[in-house]
Design a protein around this ligand. Structure first.
Ligand code: B12
Length: 214
């Protein structure tokens, strides 16, 4: 689909206003928001990741592409709405301390909201103390932790331990994700689940909620 390729290209170029215009064009062509996300925005950002890895582009270009990606996500957000469905559960999402990556986490938030879940996004660089406080005040069913760096991934284990020490471990399910995170790592730190992408994060949260309530 040409417009999806153009959106991917807009993300690669870091052209936020072009990306927003193309999203409106795609919506006028009756493309579903999920399709625009998965066929346009994400492939664009994936290619940025590949080029960054090969040292073909550098941090300034990645930041500009990230902004275009985020403005695309915001343009799509109203088209994902839960359409008045009753909320099925509450999820707190956070990128852990030391880590500033939030594009993937925002996509997970968007998909969870689209699945009629209430989402509280605490943001990036979140220490375990803040997470514990947020669990006490927000009373979520699930806490989702994101990390994109191998150096910050280990902090997820500290959050699990802190939740246990605060007596909150049995009240919530903790799930983890982000490029370096694996199912075996989730098991090692005694998290309740791992998902490799936003769509499987929704399936995971739904299954944890049905287990919790059932
Ligand atoms: C964009 C980006 C940045 C941007 C971030 C902008 C932002 N607002 O997010 C900027 C430029 C700021 C940045 C900075 C850095 N980055 Co960077 N960055 C990336 C890049 C290119 C893309 C990440 C991304 O957005 N991917 C797209 C999204 C859609 O995918 P995702 O995040 O994986 O999310 C999906 C899944 O993982 C999952 N998911 C994500 N979170 C969660 C949570 C839960 C609960 C669940 C269930 C699922 C889930 O669902 C998401 C959607 O499908 C990656 C390369 C890569 N291929 O990952 C490097 C990368 C992560 N960065 C890297 C590095 C080294 C850095 C810096 C240290 C660079 C530097 N020298 O300063 C700094 C660190 C800053 C910090 N303290 O965090 C390395 C990490 C290496 C490592 N193994 O530790 C990578 C892998 C690049 C590389 N190959 O070297 N980065």
């Amino acid at each position: 689909m040409k417009v999806l390729e153009e959106i991917a290209d807009g993300v690669r170029q870091g052209d936020s206003s072009l990306v927003r215009d193309l999203i409106q064009k795609a919506l006028r062509q009756a493309l579903a928001a999920e399709r625009i996300l998965e066929g346009g925005l994400i492939p664009g950002m994936d290619e940025v990741g590949v080029k960054f890895k090969k040292n073909e582009i550098f941090i300034p270009e990645v930041i500009i592409a990230s902004r275009a990606m985020k403005s695309g996500i915001e343009a799509l957000r109203p088209h994902f709405g839960p359409l008045g469905l009753p909320l099925r559960g509450k999820v707190i999402m956070a990128t852990v301390k030391g880590d500033l990556h939030d594009i993937g986490k925002k996509i997970v938030c968007l998909m969870l909201e689209a699945a009629a879940l209430e989402v509280v996004d605490l943001g990036v660089d979140i220490p375990k103390e803040q997470l514990v406080r947020a669990v006490r005040t927000e009373k979520p069913d699930v806490v989702g932790l994101s990390a994109l760096l191998t150096s910050t991934m280990t902090y997820m284990g500290e959050v699990v331990t802190a939740a246990g020490a605060a007596g909150l471990r049995r009240k919530i399910k903790i799930i983890v994700g982000g490029a370096p995170v694996t199912a075996s790592y989730a098991e090692e730190i005694e998290a309740d689940g791992f998902a490799p992408d936003a769509a499987s994060a929704v399936t995971l949260v739904k299954s944890l909620l049905s287990g919790k309530k059932g």
